[in-house]
Design a protein around this ligand. Structure first.
Ligand SMILES: *Cc1c(COP(=O)(O)O)cnc(C)c1O
Length: 424
């Protein structure tokens, strides 16, 4: 039986049987018991399905993974200990030293560091494409060693909306998958697979948890990409010696990518979420649809208020008709553009800092997408490791204030902004 997404948020993943606990149980166990050594041997050879060891899989985590896979409309999902681990593994699963991949430049600062600094040291080269590049200019970055194209549905913090159909078509023309970080949109506002994306990642730390309680990530596989159709992905289409020669595309079909990510990468790298973390994430997922609705309507109201205020130099909210992202937002985000907006205060960097120090309800925190309103100055915090060129390429100006509008009463949020603007 398949339900609508609001219902899946609550009912997906775990269906208790007669007399079972009503709420998702926490299986706080590292290990599992078997009736025979042969059965365990079959598990190790990937001939039987089942749990071996919690570094690789766990029943509580698995039920949350199944819920997220169903929310995104994918064939399988793998939770990770953080969004960073999800981004790393999503790329590493199909990219090796000596190869490269294309990423939009408008992405989360932590992902920029991961791709441009740490992965470079692993011998993997990222080639950044700016959103204003034509298809021809992006395609000029692709060569025989390119393995994927990466972007964010709603860029953090530039708030560019990814033209998913365009980049999916571009990637597919070259036999490459499109990997989309769907953290800000969540499957409530956008389901990238419906527009041709092949793999989705999330920092579940943000809206999915939604209460700023637990760091986590997830990778979701659409099952749509035909790995065997090209000779680019031998790690999926030729024998894996670490499993006595299993060929993922042959044995696991549509779930080849996500199965390899788990049984090989998660086994070897061990960025596993704890069962308790998955339980807490699940509590957040239960109210995700309801919260996103309020985040979107509150953010739009705050953006309209800011746009009408003469102390504000500019407002960026893709939901506003004045935004250059509005057309893309109407196509990909018809239900709203999440709670994150950005704006500049007249007076530049100093005015921005004075405004932030005057806020009472909105808290200055290194976080975003929390149920509580929070605010951040990326140029002096999350993005301070980036060069000025990287800042500009990421769509960040020195006066940019990122406001993550929460689900409080919107009148209280606006009143707080009003009194802080009065101090500028
Ligand atoms: C926060 C964030 C990440 C990193 O996630 P963590 O859970 O903090 O490791 C990745 N992508 C986006 C878009 C983010 O906002």
């Amino acid at each position: 039986m398949s339900y609508r997404i609001e219902t899946e948020c609550l009912q997906g993943g775990y269906q208790p049987g007669n007399g079972d606990p009503r709420v998702l149980p926490i299986y706080q166990s590292t290990t599992y018991k078997y009736d025979s050594a042969e059965h365990l041997g079959d598990l190790f050879d990937l001939k039987a399905a089942g749990h071996m060891y919690t570094r690789i899989s766990n029943p509580t985590v698995e039920m949350v993974e199944n819920k997220i896979a169903s929310l995104e409309g994918g064939v399988g999902a793998m939770c990770t200990s953080s969004g960073q681990a999800a981004s790393l593994m999503a790329v590493l699963n199909i990219t090796s030293a000596g190869q490269n991949f294309i990423s939009l430049s408008t992405i989360y600062g932590g992902t920029t560091n991961l791709f441009a600094v740490t992965m470079k040291r692993m011998g993997i080269e990222v080639r950044f494409a700016t959103p204003d590049m034509t298809d021809e200019e992006v395609e000029a970055l692709i060569d025989g060693n390119t393995r994927l194209v990466f972007g964010e549905t709603i860029a953090n913090p530039a708030l560019n909306v990814l033209d998913i159909e365009r980049y999916a078509a571009l990637a597919h023309r070259h036999g490459l998958p499109l990997v989309v970080d769907n953290t800000f949109a969540t499957p409530i506002l956008c389901r990238p697979f419906e527009f041709g994306a092949d793999i989705v990642t999330h920092s579940t730390t943000k809206y999915m948890d939604g209460h700023a309680t637990v760091v986590g990530g997830v990778i979701v596989d659409s099952g749509n990409f035909d790995w065997a159709a090209s000779d680019k992905y031998p790690e999926l289409t030729t024998p894996d010696e670490s499993y006595h020669g299993v060929v993922y595309t042959e044995q696991f079909g549509k779930a080849a990518y996500i199965t390899k990510a788990r049984v090989q990468l998660m086994r070897d790298l061990g960025s596993t979420p704890q069962p308790l973390a998955a339980f807490i994430l699940n509590l957040g997922l239960e109210t995700l649809a309801l919260r996103m609705e309020r985040h979107c309507s509150n953010a739009e109201a705050v953006a309209k208020y800011l746009e009408a205020n003469d102390k504000v130099s500019w407002v960026n909210c893709p939901a506003l008709p004045s935004s250059d992202q509005h057309e893309l937002a109407q196509k990909y985000l018809p239900k709203g553009c999440c709670g994150v907006i950005s704006f500049g205060v007249k007076g530049g960097r100093e005015a921005a800092v004075r405004f932030m120090n005057s806020l009472k309800l909105a808290a200055v925190v290194v976080h975003v997408a929390d149920a509580r309103t929070c605010v951040l100055h990326p140029a002096s915090t999350t993005h301070r490791q980036l060069t000025d060129e990287q800042l500009v390429a990421g769509g960040i100006t020195p006066d940019l204030i990122r406001l993550s509008v929460g689900i409080e009463n919107v009148e209280d949020i606006i009143a707080d902004i009003e009194q802080a603007l009065a101090n500028v």
